[in-house]
Design a protein around this ligand. Structure first.
Ligand SMILES: Cc1ncc(C[n+]2csc(CCOP(=O)(O)OP(=O)(O)O)c2C)c(N)n1
Ligand SMILES: [Mg+2]
Length: 548
């Protein structure tokens, strides 16, 4: 009978009772007591590379809302997890990161694979603890330790996020658990209360800009905007991009100087610079800019907010509706008319035969909307193209992205983690983002994940930046464009993926229609990166002309 095995079995038993179902385990010796306890009690996913394993856990937790346990051995294995911890910290995704460690007598004496792991993730965790080598005399503390870790990952003052347990184990590492300390009955952990909603009396012309996490109830938000006659600018990740809302906001705000009296910002900010500038111009013109944010995060990257309301957005809206005076009907009609005209102009500018990056984003989004797949969108141009060019639909798809820190790392693994939650998943990503995280393909399994790789031969986003015109082409390509020498399709085949080479709109539609049953890979060859910049300019120009 082993105290360490009993300790780890107790932690996992407590987590399971609290609703945890999945763990991601990476191979290693020092983590044996925890790995065995997890494998005996939870659904486990084994991944080789801790960096991609942690992103896999992130995707799974993002998809289910349940904390996922990560188990690594000691040393650099533990450090590999850092990138996903940072993303989870910023995006508010619950993770229980467990790094195995050597006991105190092997610290700072040159023992193999031993580094200082305490506080390894610095400020990127909600909570961290290193309880030391398990000691039977402390067994009454084991369940509270596990319960605290779980609660901090879900209900801490900053909301869901990662927690870190650094667990020291002494040899022998293998052993059977004895009887576990008893559970003290069900634990009730109440979510932290948000401030009571106290909206001002809303009147005049209004606009809502909804980003990811804007609401738990998209239908109610759409009804709220309708009831007030407010324009609702809906980010694809808000779940609100339904007919009647404004999808082409990035293009429309470039050619309007109609400002509302009140702008309400909900959820995460958009990527659109044009929208940020429009809100700043509205504020300069005298509009009230209200941020409704339950966590006091002071989200205001454009420095335009005039009022911060720390309240649950859904409660805030319900309260606001009681006293608000609707806008003049012409206001919403004008926005909705602009949306229709902009969509026609965008469709014309994109054409329907030759594939280009915005068209791929549009088609993939529409396919996700009709097929019910979850869409995981990578940073760089895919996220921008979906934000700017995905249309409104009857049933908006669930759109997820690593926008906490906007890294291009971990996309493959995050998508596989989402697929592991049982949801067919489409990952829309760039060629470099794909190559950044190929180690996630080592344990591909039979997950229903379709990778749609937009291959523009490097980092297309950089062609939109001043660096592209300020530098000689060779220098720009060397430092920014960075065309990869690896062929993405060859790489995918090497990991056992079935590759579909896509060069027409019809081929894309057919491959998407046939996807969703297991892993598959679509390489979409698109025109050059500078042609893509010209196309974006042409679309914006077409919308400007259409709106007069
Ligand atoms: C981890 C990380 N490293 C570097 C960057 C900087 N970066 C942003 S976009 C980009 C290029 C992405 O290329 P690709 O995935 O092909 O997408 P594209 O720009 O072509 O749409 C890079 C390197 C980042 N955001 N995250
Ligand atoms: Mg690219």
């Amino acid at each position: 009978m082993s105290v360490q095995a009993t300790f780890t079995a107790t932690l996992v038993d407590e987590w399971k009772a609290g609703g945890v179902t999945d763990a991601v385990i990476c191979p290693g010796s020092r983590s044996t007591p925890l790995a065995l306890a997890l494998a005996a009690r939870l659904t486990v996913h084994v991944r080789l590379d801790e960096r991609s394993a942690a992103f896999f856990a992130l995707g799974l937790a993002m998809s289910t809302g349940r904390p996922v346990v990560i188990c690594t051995t000691s040393g650099t294995a533990a450090a590999e997890v850092h990138a996903a911890v940072v993303e989870a910290h910023h995006a508010g995704v619950p993770l229980i990161v467990c790094t195995a460690d050597r006991p105190p007598e092997l610290q700072q004496v040159g023992a193999s694979q031993t580094i200082d792991q305490i506080g390894l993730f610095t400020t990127a965790t909600r909570w961290a603890k290193a309880p030391g080598v398990p000691d039977d005399s402390q067994r009454e503390t084991w369940r509270p330790l596990a319960a605290r870790a779980l609660a901090e990952s879900l209900h801490g003052p900053d909301g869901p996020g990662p927690v870190h347990l650094n667990l020291a184990f002494r040899e022998p590492l293998i052993g059977e658990p004895g009887p576990l300390p008893e559970r003290p009955g069900p634990r009730v952990i109440a979510a932290s209360p948000s401030a009571p909603a106290s909206p001002p009396r809303l009147s005049g012309l209004g606009m809502i800009i909804a980003g990811a996490g804007a609401t738990q109830n998209p239908e109610a938000l759409v009804r709220f905007a309708d009831a007030l006659g407010w324009s609702l600018l809906a980010d694809p990740r808000s779940g609100c991009r339904v007919e009647g809302t404004i999808a082409a906001a990035d293009a429309i705000v470039r050619s309007t100087s109609d400002y509302p009296d009140t702008v309400v910002l909900l959820g995460a900010p958009w990527l659109s610079k044009a929208l940020g500038e429009y809100v700043a111009a509205a504020a300069g013109w005298g509009a009230k800019v209200i941020s409704v944010d339950p966590r006091q995060k002071w989200v205001d990257p454009s420095h335009v907010v005039t009022e911060f309301h720390h309240a649950d957005p859904d409660e805030w809206m319900a309260e606001a509706l009681k006293t608000a005076t609707p806008s003049e009907p012409e206001w919403l009609a004008k926005w909705q008319g602009d949306e229709v005209a902009a969509q026609v102009a965008i469709a014309e500018a994109l054409g329907g035969t030759i594939l280009n990056e915005p068209l791929v984003a549009r088609r993939v989004f529409e396919h996700a909307a009709t097929s019910g797949a979850t869409l995981m969108v990578a940073a760089s141009m895919p996220m921008r193209d979906v934000e700017w060019f995905a249309p409104t639909t009857l049933t908006p798809p669930r759109v997820l992205a690593n926008r906490g820190a906007n890294g291009i790392d971990g996309v493959v693994s995050t998508a596989l983690g989402i697929a592991a939650s049982g949801r067919p998943t489409i990952a829309l990503l760039g060629d470099l983002s794909f190559l950044h995280d190929v180690s996630g393909l080592v344990h591909l399994a039979d997950l229903p994940c379709t990778f749609v790789v937009v291959d523009n031969g490097g980092g297309g986003i950089f062609s939109f930046l001043p660096q592209a015109s300020a530098l000689e082409t060779p220098r720009f390509e060397q430092l920014f464009g960075t065309p990869p020498t690896a062929d993405v399709s060859d790489v995918a085949r090497g990991f056992g993926l079935t590759v579909h080479e896509i060069s027409t709109v019809q081929e894309l539609a057919a491959a998407l229609a046939a996807s969703g049953h297991g892993p598959s890979f679509l390489r979409v060859k698109v025109p050059g990166r500078s042609e893509n910049v010209a196309l974006h300019d042409a679309i914006n120009q077409a919308v400007r002309l259409a709106l007069g």
